[in-house]
Design a protein around this ligand. Structure first.
Ligand SMILES: [Zn+2]
Length: 184
C-alpha cells in the first residue's frame, strides 16, 4: 500500500511543562505532576517516528503507540514514553489536524498524581491484531478498572460515550466507532 510520506526532519516539539517529571514506583517508571495542573491544560506533546504497523512490529510493543489507520508512533525516548495507562485516567490525547498529538489534563490534577490516559482511546482491534502485546492485564488500581487493557471496541458503551464527550477518542477510533456512538 502506498503510504503518504512523512518527513522525519526535525521540527520543534512542545517542551513538557516544568511541573512534570518521571519517577520510579511499583509500576515502573511513570510520569507525574509535581505542581498540579488545571483541567484543559496541555501538558506535553507525544511524538516519535511515524511508521506503519508492519514497520513497527519489530519494536517492543510498549514502545509503540497507535495514532491512525495503520500508523504508529515509535518511542521518542522522551518524557511522553512514560505516560501510563489508567482505566479512569486524568488526561486524554488530543489529535490536531496537522497530525500532532498532545496530552491534555481531562480534570484538575493534584500535585503528586501520576499522569495517565486510557490506551484504548487510541487502540483499535486492528492494532491489537498487529501488536498482541497491547492486550495486557491492567493493574491501574482504579475503582472502575476493566482488568485488561485492550482496544476501543472492547470499551463499555457508556465509557465510549464519556470519552467521546471529552474529545478523548482518537480520530481513527471515532471513524470506526462513530456510527455505534450515534445510536440511541
Ligand atoms: Zn485498569
Amino acid at each position: 500500500m502506498l503510504k503518504r510520506l512523512v518527513s522525519d526532519a526535525p521540527r520543534s516539539v512542545m517542551a513538557p511543562l516544568p511541573g512534570i517529571a518521571v519517577r520510579e514506583n511499583v509500576m515502573g517508571r511513570s510520569l507525574y505532576s509535581r505542581t498540579g495542573h488545571p483541567a484543559g491544560e496541555v501538558l506535553l506533546e507525544h511524538y516519535g517516528r511515524r511508521v506503519s504497523f508492519a514497520e513497527g512490529r519489530n519494536e517492543e510493543p510498549d514502545h509503540v503507540m497507535e495514532i491512525g489507520e495503520d500508523e504508529v508512533f515509535l518511542a521518542s525516548g522522551d518524557l511522553d514514553d512514560y505516560v501510563n495507562h489508567s482505566c479512569e485516567p486524568n488526561c486524554r490525547l488530543q489529535f490536531e489536524p496537522d497530525g500532532r498529538v498532545f496530552l491534555v489534563a481531562m480534570r484538575d490534577i493534584a500535585p503528586g498524581e501520576d499522569l495517565s490516559f486510557d490506551y484504548a482511546t487510541t487502540t483499535t482491534r486492528a492494532g491489537i491484531a498487529a501488536f498482541p502485546g497491547w492486550r495486557f492485564q491492567c493493574r491501574c488500581g482504579a475503582a472502575g478498572c476493566r482488568g485488561e487493557v485492550g482496544c476501543a471496541e472492547d470499551l463499555p458503551l457508556e465509557r465510549l460515550r464519556y470519552y467521546a464527550a471529552q474529545g478523548a477518542l482518537a480520530p481513527h477510533v471515532l471513524h470506526r466507532l462513530g456510527p455505534l456512538l450515534a445510536l440511541g
